[in-house]
Write a protein that binds this ligand. Structure first.
Ligand SMILES: [Zn+2]
Length: 351
């Protein structure tokens, strides 16, 4: 429950333009929500105060206990996690926050040109050889977004805030020193509709829930700029995978509307095997948005055995099958390594 408070850089107050109640805020915060009536004010410049007409919230449905339950259920699933992790996870802290996001509804269209490296066989008979050549290629693609921009300066102040962005890595398996992970167990965020399910902002379900409203700092215009830049970056990265070399990539982003949406989140910190890990649960949808988790012993054994066992089996079959006994015995040795690893892992009882 420990809420980390930064060194207070000058606390200020302003009276709510709707109900008159004092709103406390810190220097630099410019999108303020009244904890009394729920109306939101945007400070745009020194004396210009704008009340935001349309701001909404994803109504929280999970309280603190249900969020912990959700996290434990999630930790109990999946073949990479240690068995029984859901029950064994040692609850360290739970923090509930209602976080301000600018959701930038937009359409992005990209056209790209590039070159593909190809090979062909030329000549005939003795002159026959393979040569390399470049072939021009091009294409276009487009996508609709409800792009989330965290409405504060420091995206890193709480863990997991940027993971809502489509394409961001959001699952982090901890393989420790085990190197044969093959990138398994991680995942990227989908391009989900972040405006779905929102309701006009009110404090229903927030007052006395343990969820703390976080004020925004970034105004709408800047959020739109950020969204445009991030979408262009993400389309550049996508285009890069379409040809050996991209020579030209042009993305047009049309912003169709921007809304301030408050997302309630529970951040749960748990301990396991001497380390701390985090799970972020969306209090409105009940989904696990992002998580870190230890990888269990069984998953490591399976990966190790698959690698060495299959490699060894293939070598052994190929070697003995063709009379190359040295190769065959090397294959047998690899299989033996796999078996030995399994036995040592099981006997040592290390997690
Ligand atoms: Zn008010």
């Amino acid at each position: 429950m420990a809420e980390t408070t930064n060194v207070p850089s000058e606390n200020k107050t302003l009276n709510c333009s709707n109900c008159g109640a004092p709103i406390g805020y810190v220097e630099g915060e410019s999108v303020l929500t009244c904890e009394h009536c729920g109306s939101t004010t945007m400070l745009a410049g020194f004396d210009q105060i704008v009340t935001i007409q349309s701001h909404s919230i994803m109504r929280p449905r999970l309280d603190e206990n249900s969020a912990v339950k959700t996290a434990r259920a999630w930790l109990s699933e999946g073949r990479l996690k240690p068995s029984g992790l859901g029950d064994a996870a040692d609850l360290r802290s739970v923090s509930g926050r209602v976080l301000p996001y600018w959701i930038v509804k937009s359409f992005a269209s990209t056209s790209w040109r590039g070159m593909n490296r190809k090979t062909r066989t030329v000549g005939s008979g003795q002159q026959k050889r393979t040569e390399e050549y470049w072939e021009p290629t091009s294409g276009r693609f487009s996508e609709n977004y409800t792009w989330p921009v965290y409405a504060r300066e420091n995206e890193a102040e709480y863990w997991g805030l940027k993971f809502l962005e489509p394409g961001q890595k959001c699952l982090f398996p901890d393989w420790r020193k085990f190197i044969f992970s093959f990138g398994m167990g991680s995942k990227t965020s989908p391009n989900a509709n972040l405006l779905e399910g929102r309701v006009p902002f009110s404090l229903d379900g927030i007052t006395d829930s343990g969820l703390k409203i976080v004020n925004g700092q970034i105004v709408q215009a800047r959020a739109e700029e950020t969204a445009r830049a991030r979408i262009v970056q993400s389309h550049d990265a996508k285009a890069a995978g379409k040809a050996t070399r991209i020579t030209d990539c042009d993305t047009t982003v049309t912003v169709q509307g921007t809304e301030l949406v408050y997302l309630p989140m529970w951040e749960i910190v748990y301990g396991y095997g001497g380390r701390d890990y985090r799970v972020l649960v969306n209090a409105a949808s009940g989904a696990v948005v992002a998580a870190e988790y230890p990888v269990g012993r069984t998953a490591k054994i399976v990966n190790f055995d698959l690698l060495f066992g299959i490699l060894g089996g293939l070598l052994a079959a190929a070697g003995f099958g063709t009379g190359h006994h040295g190769v065959g015995w090397a294959g047998v040795a690899l299989v033996a390594v796999a078996v030995a690893y399994t036995i040592i892992s099981l006997v040592s009882g290390k997690k």
